[in-house]
Design a protein around this ligand. Structure first.
Ligand code: NAP
Length: 343
């Protein structure tokens, strides 16, 4: 279907996800008539390349969404909540990449290969929520197993790259590595709770009274929302000293027998999934293979000898693309084709 070129805005354009969005828009076939880069006062004037132009970020303010068909919100949950009504009043559709609306029953949480139909609920609030990267990657990998043999329980250890904490997480690890490799004292951490360099930190986000972190609760809730509330999902989120690409070590208990060979066959066919599984040859999912790929890589698929109908697997995805920029652009395309009244 042909859609007319869109007037777009990226709120949070100078951040890790915002920059990935601008790059992914440049690579995508979504027709762009204009692109406004919005951020806070702090980075107003920052320049980003887009196609043959150099675009300047502006501070978001009144009127920022006038004349826009669609805005990507990637400036944190509070900023999304603060600007949704302004966008709506201006007739600008919103694809929200933050956690602001993921648990809101009035807002569809959509991962295109799994539940694009849920976009029908977009009109209610004028916004669609993009699942976070760890949720998107886990849901995409569990979906074919769930359809074939019913997932009873899944538990995942998510090894999260520092870019998951934004541009500041990236700068922090870089500064620590530079200092420590020069035998100097690293700067004290500010974006992350502890030094990331040469460390592994079992905390992503604040902890609740139940001992689970915000990220752990959010991933479990999003996967259940995407795949069905009968699923039991346990998550342990850990920050590792990698710049880009989340890895997940997943244990699955199925309701019916399937086996590793049949599971591999399902992954080979599944949309949004790439089977990368030749361990004898050193081929398995890793951030160095996943970065800049829009698929979630799945490998190390094997039967779990400790439980009936159990499988173990390893996933890896680019956290700025899968459950990030690429997913958001796919949603924008679907919205433009079917749900927006483009005059
Ligand atoms: N990082 C990931 O892997 C990932 C993946 C998917 C979704 N997300 C979600 O995407 C959102 C952004 O994450 P990020 O990693 O890109 O963070 P980030 O690197 O810290 O970037 C934040 C962006 O938001 C802007 N911003 C902050 N406060 C603002 C305000 N009050 N008004 C206008 N703009 C404001 C910042 O602009 P200034 O430069 O002016 O401060 C910057 O452009 C978060 O909600 C996150 O949960 C992150």
């Amino acid at each position: 279907m042909t859609i007319r070129p869109l007037h777009l805005a990226v709120l949070g354009a100078t951040g890790a996800v915002g920059r990935a969005l601008v790059q992914a828009l440049e690579e995508s076939d979504l027709p762009v008539a204009s692109l406004a880069l919005l951020a806070s006062e702090h980075s107003a004037g920052a320049e980003l390349d887009f196609r043959d132009d150099v675009l300047r970020a502006a501070a978001v303010g009144p009127g920022a969404f006038a004349g826009k068909d669609l805005a990507f919100f990637a400036a944190g949950a509070a900023t999304s909540r603060a600007h949704l009504e302004a966008a709506r009043a201006a007739g600008c559709a919103v694809v929200d990449l933050t956690p602001a609306f993921r648990g809101d029953a009035e807002v569809p949480l959509v991962l295109p290969p799994l539940n694009a139909d849920a976009l029908a609920g977009f009109a209610r609030r004028g916004v669609v929520a993009v699942p976070g990267p760890a949720s998107a990657q886990l849901a995409l990998a569990l979906a074919p197993l769930h359809r074939a043999a019913g997932v009873e329980r899944a538990s995942s250890v998510v090894l999260e790259a520092v870019s998951g904490a934004g541009q500041k997480g990236v700068s922090e690890l870089e500064a620590e590595l530079r200092a420590m490799l020069s035998f100097q004292e690293p700067p004290p951490p500010t974006a992350l709770p502890h030094r990331a360099a040469f460390n592994v930190v079992p905390q992503v986000g604040p902890f609740g009274d139940d001992g689970a972190s915000e990220e752990e609760r959010a991933v479990a809730a999003d996967v259940r929302r995407l795949l069905g509330s009968s699923l039991r999902v346990g998550v342990t989120a850990v920050r590792v000293p990698v710049f880009y690409g989340h890895v997940q070590l997943v244990s699955v208990k199925l309701r019916r027998a399937l086996g590793a060979a049949a599971a591999r066959e399902l992954f080979r066919q599944a949309p949004g999934v790439k089977l990368v599984d030749a361990p004898q040859e050193g081929v398995y999912p890793m951030p160095m293979l996943a970065v800049n790929d829009d698929a979630v890589l799945v490998g190390r698929v094997r039967d779990d000898p400790t439980q009936e109908h159990g499988l173990d697997l390893v996933l890896c995805g680019d956290n700025l693309r899968q459950g990030g920029a690429s997913t958001a652009i796919e949603l924008a395309k679907l919205l433009a084709e079917k749900h927006l009244k483009l005059g």
